[in-house]
Design a protein around this ligand. Structure first.
Ligand SMILES: Cc1ncc(COP(=O)(O)O)c(C=O)c1O
Length: 447
């Protein structure tokens, strides 16, 4: 035993936990969390700028969510909604149906994870349309089940050694701002990318055989990258013209993260189906697919049941989470603090030549770190930065090797946010002055 309780636990754990289940960043063992603050096993505190991968938008252990969980746990922990109803779960279904960004009647089907909610999108879409093919996008992360992995394309480790994946999936290029050519206008970029989208349909993919197009309107793990408005309109119109369902994955970017309930609401486009999860139950395992009623009626039980999906404790947490988002005006808070964060990162752009593109949608940002000379992605500098940010007391990770992921709980106080800015600025200053060592395990860090 050493004096470092984090290290002791990690060494014990490494003997019994498979490496595929953790993406490596820091040697952190979290003992407790409160709001936007974490405490590790050694008693050190950190500002949480990751919110458990956007799964705790209401902050850690929000008292109202804790009370909701406690009350429900005393009354009924589990009876599977796959057999019998309970009031807590039924109430949540009604609230979500109301919140869904779709006109006309919608229905909800429960899951345990964002991954299985995306599987459900494929199931319901195929059943309703009686068509086999699914279109998804490069850079997408939709999850870790076979179905959701099959529509993802963000890491080779998500298909390597595990194929063949689900058949009938075609991936088209996401309109990622990083792929915009120098001097290319947004409208020229949109036209070029929409042409690339259409290409499969003109050469080998009969549109009348495609069930669904699944997209993250703002990609999360792909680098907090927003699709251009016009592009999404073109794709949604194309879908509707060809009887293809238009589905959005809101698992990462939903639940107020972008300053609206759902990221698709920034575009004024109605999806036919959507998947939600993560912050839905403030991090308890709960997801849902929500879809137009006639689509959801296309399958009969037990086509999409899981014993613990819609579990009453998880749905009590979700009801309390919705209460908190509403009563604490977290949508507005996300917008207002997001503007503050954007101002801060734009200032760092002017101060440090390695800060590239800054994208902020609500309290939700991707900040590119680049080689000052070539302006190319700079993974080494990014790893140094997140390492120093961690040493200075904040938890922030990278995406795609060179993008800072900024997703604090939406309840973070202004004081904490200013502290976070001070830490990031100090780390950037240290990087600019070549004061940061690359960690020995740098090659293992990140996605
Ligand atoms: C956009 C998106 N969809 C789906 C998932 C998968 O959710 P889960 O990890 O709960 O299965 C994630 C997880 O990061 C995600 O970001």
């Amino acid at each position: 035993m050493t004096k470092n309780r984090n290290q002791d636990l990690l060494q014990q754990e490494a003997k019994v936990v498979a490496p595929a289940s953790r993406i490596k960043y820091f040697d952190l063992v979290i003992k407790s969390g409160q709001g936007a603050e974490l405490t590790d096993e050694n008693g050190r505190t950190y500002l949480d700028l990751l919110a458990s991968a956007s799964a705790t938008n209401t902050g850690h252990c929000h008292p109202h969510v804790v009370a909701g969980i406690q009350q429900q746990a005393q009354q009924l922990i589990e009876y599977t909604p796959a057999y019998f109803a309970n009031r807590t779960t039924a109430e949540l279904a009604a609230r979500l149906a109301k919140l869904a960004p779709m006109s006309g009647p919608v229905q909800v089907a429960w899951g345990n994870s964002g991954s299985d909610a995306n599987d459900a999108i494929i199931k319901f879409a195929r059943a309703y349309t009686k068509r086999p093919y699914v279109v998804s996008f490069t850079g997408a992360y939709h999850g870790s089940t076979y179905g959701s992995m099959s529509v993802s394309s963000v890491s080779l480790n998500m298909s390597r050694k595990m194929g063949p994946l689900l058949p009938g999936v075609v991936r088209v290029p996401y309109p990622d701002v990083h792929d915009r050519l120098q001097g290319e206008s947004e409208s020229a970029f949109v036209q070029r990318l929409f042409k690339a989208f259409q290409q499969p349909f003109e050469t080998y993919l009969p549109a009348e055989e495609v069930a669904v197009i699944l997209i993250e309107p703002i990609q999360g793990d792909g680098g907090i990258v927003k699709a251009p408005q016009k592009y999404l309109e073109l794709v949604a119109n194309f879908a509707h013209q060809h009887g293809i369902l238009f589905a959005v994955d809101e698992v990462n970017q939903g639940m107020g993260r972008t300053g609206k309930w759902w990221s698709i609401q920034h575009f004024g486009i109605e999806p036919d189906l959507m998947s939600i999860g993560k912050s839905l139950a403030s991090g308890l395992p709960l997801s849902a697919v929500i879809g137009r009623q006639e689509i959801m009626a296309a399958l009969d039980a037990p086509a999409n049941v899981y014993t613990t999906a819609g579990n009453p404790v998880a749905t009590a947490a979700a009801n309390a989470t919705l209460d908190v988002i509403e009563t604490e005006n977290l949508l507005e808070r996300s917008q207002v603090l997001g503007v503050k964060a954007e101002q801060f990162f734009v200032q760092t752009q002017a101060k440090y030549d390695f800060v590239g593109d800054v994208r902020m949608y609500g309290l939700n940002g991707g900040i590119d770190i680049v080689d000052p000379k070539t302006k190319q992605p700079d993974t080494e500098r990014t790893t140094k930065l997140i390492t120093r940010i961690f040493e200075l007391g904040a938890v922030m990770i990278s995406l795609r090797g060179n993008i800072l992921r900024f997703q604090p709980p939406l309840v973070i106080t202004e004081e904490q946010l200013n502290q976070a800015f001070a830490i990031i600025d100090q780390a950037m200053f240290d990087l600019a002055n070549d004061q940061i060592q690359l960690p020995q395990n740098a090659a293992e860090i990140g996605w």
